[in-house]
Design a binder for this molecule. Structure first.
Ligand code: KIV
Ligand code: ZN
Length: 518
């Protein structure tokens, strides 16, 4: 029997803190629920001391996602650790993950502390964490550039004080597998109380080697691997969950380790994350890229048709890419649509099906063929939790390379209709200026992406925006066969999120003011 490797997913912490990947509370909850379906062992839900939003998200995930362990990050100080515990104490299984840097370069320039001061801090704070929470993980930041004997001493002390998971991060993505593997092995051998802990690898991808290093870590004694969906994370990202899991699954003979990941949920997890953040994976990304299972060359196509394994080392079905049997079109009814969604892995409530059916019939009137991707877009777009404070009633914009663009926009709010027009540098800019005039929210567009969801001139255009409102970054998305309509609705999606958050903040403030009065 192969040995189990625990999957520690840090999409919501290391992944979420990378540019363009921030999510609000509802979006984080959606990801956490999907990670539960994927069956990860541990979800690192956030860094509670970092902000009230992070704290709330970790607390909500702890309350609502019951199967995996919920971990919260904390620096090695009492305040961080107590805040982390406060956020996860309602979890079914909770873990405090505390860390401090151990490399001389970090000690000298960042922490301005000596090795013995850091060691002392670890001894004191791991104990504090352990007194609060039964499960404590300790990480030494920049482990791979730390002195190995000093690191072994720090780890030994952390285990002595109650940490049962010891993480060895390659924080700056500087290691190569031939280095990281032997480093892990030698390090573990130097820790006298090593049998009391599980060792973990956490690799960044600056040299494109995060997955290779993680596999080397596993081969040399790590039984926990830290990773993110789509490999999102600081700079070049973290090790990609799907690549590690599928490498272990595909190369069982050479790598006799297994995970409990439900691999059929991989593709859906990847799509959900991209759809929520607008951070899409490149077409040739291993496992989840658009072309990962596409065979273009004639010789390859011929081979695959004769016998799939000639060119396929794993099946698309094994990662949840289903080639569906039901063809959807204008005449398909609710029953067929419901069956189709089941095939695609979505169980819709009656209300969700009704809403999806409404969008489906609208789309079927506009385009001939409805692809699986169109339906996934409908269901993910249509199940927004943020209330649509403003809705687009009408949008018309002119463009071209000879004149200034102009847009007329009509929005509805609680039954009242508002109309504005504006000039701009192009039809999208003009539309956004008109929207700003109506809502009174001045947005700064940070990023704008448009993708064609499927093939053909009548394909759905999916627009993602990142907009700054008053120093805070919001994402918005929408799909339509008309790209100006999609652009307006994506922007409005971000506006609605910003307004919703503002209103919730005001509510919280007035609640705490009335609590003080009492
Ligand atoms: O990369 C890193 O060192 C980290 C630690 C906080 C575990 O993310
Ligand atoms: Zn990291």
């Amino acid at each position: 029997m192969s040995e189990k490797v625990y999957v520690f997913d840090t999409t919501l912490r290391d992944g979420e803190q990378s540019p363009g990947c921030s999510m609000n509370l509802e979006e984080k909850l959606k990801i956490a629920r999907q990670l539960e379906r994927l069956n990860v062992d541990i979800i690192e839900a956030g860094f509670p001391i970092a902000s009230d939003g992070d704290f709330e998200a970790v607390q909500a995930i702890s309350a609502q996602v019951r199967k995996p362990t919920i971990a919260a990050l904390a620096r090695t100080n009492r305040e961080d650790i107590e805040r982390a515990w406060e956020a996860i104490k309602g979890a079914h299984k909770a873990r405090i993950h505390t860390f401090i840097a151990t490399s001389d370069i970090h000690l000298e320039y960042k922490l301005r502390k000596s090795r013995s001061e850091v060691l002392q801090q670890v001894i004191e704070t791991v104990r504090i964490a352990r007194d609060l929470c039964e499960e404590v993980e300790f990480s030494s930041e920049d482990a791979t550039r730390s002195d190995i004997d000093y690191l072994a001493e720090v780890f030994e002390a952390a285990i002595e004080k109650g940490a049962t998971i010891i993480n060895i991060p390659d924080t700056v993505g500087y290691a190569i597998p031939q280095e990281y593997g032997p480093f892990v092995k030698e390090l573990i051998s130097k820790i006298s109380n090593r049998e009391k802990a599980i060792f973990s690898c956490h690799c960044h991808n600056d040299l494109g080697l995060a997955v290779a290093n993680s596999l080397a870590g596993i081969e040399n004694g790590c039984r926990q691997v830290e990773c993110t969906v789509n490999g999102i994370g600081e700079r070049a990202g973290n090790a990609s969950l799907e690549e590690i899991v599928m490498a272990l699954r595909t190369k069982k003979a050479l790598l006799p380790y297994h995970t409990d990941i439900v691999t059929e949920e991989i593709y859906r997890s990847s799509r959900l994350l991209s759809n929520l953040t607008g951070a899409f994976v490149q077409a040739n990304k291993a496992i989840v890229g658009k072309n990962a299972f596409a065979h273009e060359a004639g010789i390859h196509q011929d081979g695959v048709l004769k016998y799939a394994l000639t060119y396929e080392i794993m099946t698309p079905q094994s990662v949840g890419i289903v080639s569906s049997t039901l063809v959807m079109g204008k005449h398909s009814g609710r029953h067929a649509l419901c069956k189709k969604f089941e095939e695609l892995g979505y169980e819709l409530s009656k209300e969700e099906l009704e809403r999806a059916y409404f969008f489906f019939t609208k789309l079927a009137d506009q385009k001939k063929e409805i692809y699986d991707e169109d339906l996934v877009t409908i269901v993910q777009d249509g199940m927004k939790i943020i209330p649509d404070t403003y809705k687009v009633k009408y949008v018309h914009a002119t463009g071209g390379n000879q004149e200034l663009s102009c847009a007329v926009v009509k929005l509805e709010r609680s039954g009242e209709v508002f109309v504005e027009s504006a000039y701009g540098d192009g039809p999208v800019d003009a539309t956004y200026k008109a929207v700003d005039r109506i809502t009174g929210m001045r947005g700064r567009l940070l990023d704008y992406t448009i993708n064609s969801v499927t093939r053909g001139k009548d394909a759905l255009g999916e627009v993602f925006v990142h907009v700054d409102f008053g120093g805070r970054n919001y994402t918005g998305k929408a799909a339509s066969v008309d790209i100006i309509d999609a652009s307006a609705r994506a922007y409005l999606n971000a506006v609605n999120k910003a307004m919703y958050e503002k209103e919730r903040e005001q509510e919280r403030e007035s609640e705490s003011a009335s609590a003080v009065e009492l």
